[in-house]
Design a protein around this ligand. Structure first.
Ligand code: NAG
Ligand code: NAG
Ligand code: NAG
Ligand code: NAG
Ligand code: CA
Length: 485
């Protein structure tokens, strides 16, 4: 005999597996011959939707195989793999801030609602993720996170735009998106999900902390958590090995030497995991010794002492005055053949813009002045509460929320994977592992050989976002479907 709870689950399974088909009867008397009932219901939203602080920009019905193009600073496009109703809207988040967003509502709907995230300092609706979510039959929403484009200059003296970026936009699009979903299908969603990577991973983490009842399930990839410290680490790496002018920065390592460094790291550490495959399974076991590149053991290269010193800095955690870890080290094995952005000879624009436009508020800020006192300023201002470094997920947990996070261990672009270990430890400490089984609602996957959100020689495809043509949609292969389970 099945237990009652098993019966309920079986029933839910049947319910979830039976897609709701839109209006197969009833409205056909008004239908012009070339419009399907779903298209008619969709276009009707243009006049019927009444939503707080919101203007409907456009409503259109997109048959399978349509293409969506974006204009302006976010020149993205996407193929539409499943027929859907597209609602473009504009919401005032306050008197001095607003958000552009879209709800994509598939014809075949299983009752699931999904919000997708952004990247970098963006600013751009992620059409690929909207297509991906709808191809898995989620009613899917994405926004510009409160501003257009990928630059930070929009933040200057616009604290409400910062607030949208730091936390509020995802909340508002969840609130409005759920209302649009209900208006279209004639019933409310039964579960709400979130999925994003990088800044999107931070947004998902922030949602669980600040708006813990917005989502039942969250996938947060390579999260840019402890954001201010991440910015400081990026700026310090840019400065430590920054200007490619040897007089001002003798530690600068030109791109062609990174191939040599990457090879030496693999020579020293690839075999620790027992397999020579170009992947360091656990970068924290790799105590890379840069001196090997200084003493002439290799004929094709020889690094100068300031360059060796720079490597020591890169592959050590960044410490504060009291010996506290400000940010973990760059993962050995994540370099790639030509070195990453962080080492390109200038401070990466994400960090530069954040410091200039939200912290010092000076467009001409001179980065030769940058130092630890700016981190202290960043910590004290913490614009919009951006930090996202807090282990108290108790409300999210008590609401029944489930959280899956992943981080590639060869993330060359932006975010050291050691930071996800710090966040996990913080959550365990905060929730007290003796009373909370953290793994029952929060699981962290560190993925060997995977780059930033995707790519790399490891196993970088598990349904985290648009997977191209060969989507794997079973939960054993797909993190979003696994979250639903
Ligand atoms: C949004 O704000 C603008 C500018 O303040 C205003 O003109 C507009 O009416 C507002 N829209 C809604 C729907 O509240
Ligand atoms: C609408 O705007 C007002 C004023 O900015 C705000 O208090 C309210 O929460 C907004 N509603 C939604 C759904 O965002
Ligand atoms: C997965 O794909 C199969 C075959 O196309 C389809 O029948 C099924 O509904 C899909 N499942 C989900 C969750 O989208
Ligand atoms: C810079 O402006 C932001 C608001 O846009 C403010 O929060 C911050 O305190 C300002 N920085 C300084 C140093 O005053
Ligand atoms: Ca290996």
């Amino acid at each position: 005999m099945p237990q009652p709870s098993a019966l309920v689950e079986d029933w839910q399974l049947v319910e979830l597996q039976t897609p709701r088909k839109l209006l197969t009867t009833g409205l056909s008397i008004w239908t012009p011959t070339n419009l399907s009932p779903a298209a008619v219901a969709c276009l009707a939203l243009k006049t019927t939707l009444q939503l707080e602080n919101t203007t409907i920009i456009d409503v259109s019905y997109l048959p399978t195989g349509s293409k969506v193009d974006a204009h302006g600073p976010c020149a993205e496009s996407a193929d539409v793999h499943t027929a859907l109703c597209r609602v473009q809207f504009f919401t005032n988040t306050t008197d001095t801030s607003s958000m552009r967003a879209e709800a994509w509502l598939p014809d075949e709907w299983y009752g699931r609602f999904l919000v997708t995230g952004n990247g970098g300092l963006g600013g751009c609706i992620d059409y690929g993720s909207l297509d991906y979510g709808t191809s898995l039959h989620f009613a899917t929403v994405g926004s510009n996170n409160g501003h257009d484009g990928t630059n930070g200059d929009v933040f200057l003296n616009h604290p409400e735009v910062i607030n949208d970026f730091a936390a509020r936009a995802i909340h508002v699009e969840a609130v409005i998106g759920k209302q649009i979903t209900e208006a279209y299908y004639g019933r409310a969603h039964n579960r709400a999900y979130y999925s994003g990577c990088s800044t999107g991973g931070r947004q998902g983490t922030q949602a669980a902390l600040k708006y813990p009842t917005d989502f039942d399930g969250i996938v947060a990839g390579a999260p840019a958590t402890d954001f201010n410290h991440l910015v400081h680490w990026s700026a310090m790496l840019g400065r430590a090995i920054g200007a490619p002018d040897p007089a001002s920065s003798p530690g600068f390592i030109p791109p062609q030497l990174w191939k040599v460094i990457a090879e030496e790291i693999m020579r020293q550490c690839d075999g620790i995991d027992g397999v020579l495959d170009g992947i360091i399974m656990e970068p924290d076991t790799c105590n890379f010794d840069p001196e090997a590149l200084a003493d002439g053991r290799r004929l094709d290269s020889c690094l100068l002492p300031p360059q060796i010193a720079a490597l020591h800095k890169i592959y050590s955690p960044l410490y504060g005055k009291r010996g506290d870890v400000i940010y973990p080290r760059f993962d050995p094995g994540a370099e790639g053949d030509s070195g990453c952005d962080l080492f390109s000879g200038r401070i990466v624009s994400r960090a530069e813009d954040w410091i200039k436009y939200t912290i010092v508020n000076n467009t001409d800020f001179d980065f030769s002045e940058y130092g630890l006192e700016h981190l202290e300023l960043m910590d004290s201002i913490n614009p919009g509460g951006i930090a996202t470094f807090d282990g108290d997920l108790s409300t999210f947990r008590d609401h029944g929320g489930k959280f899956l996070t992943y981080h590639g261990r060869a993330d060359p672009e932006i975010i050291a994977s050691g930071n996800s270990k710090r966040v996990y430890d913080l959550i365990v400490q905060t929730l007290d592992s003796f009373t909370t089984n953290v793994d029952a609602f929060y699981r962290s996957f560190l993925i060997p050989g995977m780059g930033h959100c995707a790519r790399g020689p490891g196993a970088p495809r598990f349904g985290q976002f648009w997977p191209g043509s060969n989507a794997m949609n079973e939960s054993s292969h797909n993190i979003l479907v696994a979250l639903v389970d």
